[in-house]
Design a protein around this ligand. Structure first.
Ligand code: TYD
Ligand code: MG
Length: 455
């Protein structure tokens, strides 16, 4: 019996295919994200061997083999940095983010910026009418930018337009609204989103148009999320930030043409997104007097150093299981650090609620933040403020030893630039001689506790 006609079950979050429906996806752990999908229509079969298919060429014969791919700078340095030094021709980029975070705003500004650099740009909106996009452009002061607009959701129509226009850059806002008429499932389903992304990425590679796909991060599991197309594109960027905060961070999580983990920092204002050239100064700007629970972490985001303030609050808990609330850091990392503090330094947090927060809506993923997290926890618990001119970095291992981290010199130089005069670093760190900063090197967490908190 041919099995191909039966439908399958696909996770809307991660795209994993399952044989049966289940409440929870085994692959990514999401609840209620699995939906039934109609099979892809097979399409006409090719009979025998395709003529001229799979032609080979010698790698060395490629004329551009030694040259870097042609790139265009947008003139928005934060965006260019995240792209790895400008937009690569014929590339496919995915920009994901929560609804309402500012993706359409960012990409309209990007389209206008690239258009002003001489690229021909087409902005396809599947969510807003052309008049609405024009209204937004006017509000952003971009009404006169030479960008073509289309309000369209039919993939066939979009590809026809693209083929006629052959723009240098096409922005598709959003991939979840695109609808391919040769696929038997609802718009927004995994099958539709994948089919649309596949066609558009294919078009980009064949015709030399760069495409940028917008993808909403979905919560309800009814619509496919951007993760299901991550593997098809060259570059994956996520636009993040707390809705209540004005800061937005564009983060490269995959980049075939540049470093991943690079970030660009923006501020949402009444007139669109403006770039934040010096994120450290901004993230530390509302730091008041020296308060217990506050520690400054000298981190590296991509290729540049960024200082952030880590804040902790520790209070007696009325609950049997005390609260562990984390914003901007990995919750599992907090548990590990609390366990090391208890097991290696004899400092228990049982019976205490712990709240941990990275100021300014920043998200810190580096293990180098461990020591700053431990410092803020201890400072809050002991009610002792750390010196306000001190930065801290170092990874804590389970034994309580401090592991050296990369780019010590860059971290220290950034701290020095912002007026810090002392630093705490792991003992084995390299290149710690930076003028104007006194660096204290510590072998392990227990030395740190004795040195900083015993006095
Ligand atoms: P939008 O780009 O529509 O988000 P997305 O495409 O990711 O869904 O941005 C929506 C939010 O941005 C909205 O809440 C209003 C805010 N905003 C500003 O604060 N200033 C502006 O100039 C613009 C255009 C939007
Ligand atoms: Mg939008």
């Amino acid at each position: 019996m041919a099995k191909s006609s039966s439908s399958s079950f696909v996770c809307n979050d991660c795209g994993a295919v399952h044989k049966k429906w289940a409440g929870r996806c085994d692959a990514c752990g999401a609840w209620n994200s699995i939906v039934e999908e109609a099979p892809l229509s097979a399409g006409p079969r090719t009979a025998g061997l395709g003529a001229g298919r799979g032609r080979r060429i010698a790698l060395s014969s490629l004329s551009s083999a030694e040259e870097p791919p042609p790139r265009t700078m947008s003139g928005l340095p934060e965006l260019d940095r995240v792209l790895g030094g400008g937009l690569v021709a014929a590339s496919a980029t995915l920009v994901g983010g929560d609804p309402g975070i500012g993706k359409s705003t960012l990409l309209l500004q990007a389209a206008a910026a690239f258009a002003r650099q001489g690229l021909s740009c087409l902005y396809v909106s599947g969510e807003e009418a052309a008049a609405q996009v024009r209204m937004r452009a006017r509000r952003l002061g971009l009404a006169d930018a030479p960008v073509q607009l289309a309000a369209e959701t039919s993939l066939r129509d979009i590809l026809t337009t693209l083929d006629a226009l052959r723009p240098d850059l096409a922005i598709i806002d959003s991939i979840q609204t695109m609808w391919a008429d040769n696929v038997d499932s609802a718009p927004g389903s995994v099958t539709q989103v994948r089919a649309a992304a596949h066609e558009l990425v294919n078009f980009a590679k064949r015709r030399g148009t760069s495409v940028i796909l917008v993808g909403h991060v979905t919560k309800d599991g009814q619509i496919a999320g951007p993760r299901v197309v991550e593997h098809m594109v060259d570059t994956v960027l996520y636009f993040e930030g707390e809705r209540g905060h004005q800061f937005r961070i564009l983060r490269a999580v995959k980049n075939r043409f540049g470093p991943a983990d690079e970030i660009g920092v923006f501020e949402m204002t009444g007139a669109g997104l403006s770039e934040v050239a010096n994120p450290s100064a901004v993230f530390l700007s509302d730091r008041g007097q020296a308060t217990p629970g506050s520690a400054v972490f000298a981190g590296i985001e991509g290729t540049r150093p960024v200082l952030t303030e880590i804040q902790a609050l520790v209070a007696p808990s009325p609950l049997g299981t005390p609260r562990r609330t984390v914003v901007g850091l990995d919750a599992a990392r907090l548990s590990t650090i609390l366990a090391v503090l208890e097991a290696r330094c004899g400092i228990p947090f049982a019976g205490l609620d712990v709240f941990l927060n990275v100021a300014g809506g920043m998200r810190v993923t580096e293990p180098a933040a461990d020591l700053a997290v431990a410092a803020s926890l201890l400072s809050a618990r002991e009610d002792v403020a750390l010196p306000p001119d001190m930065v801290i970095f170092g990874e804590i291992s389970l034994s309580g030893a401090l592991r050296p981290v990369t780019q010590t010199e860059n971290r220290l130089k950034e701290a020095q630039k912002l007026g810090f005069t002392q630093a705490i670093a792991p003992e084995k760190s390299k290149q710690t001689a930076v003028q104007g900063i006194r660096v204290r090197k510590m072998p392990d967490l227990i030395t740190f506790v004795g040195d900083v908190f015993a006095a």
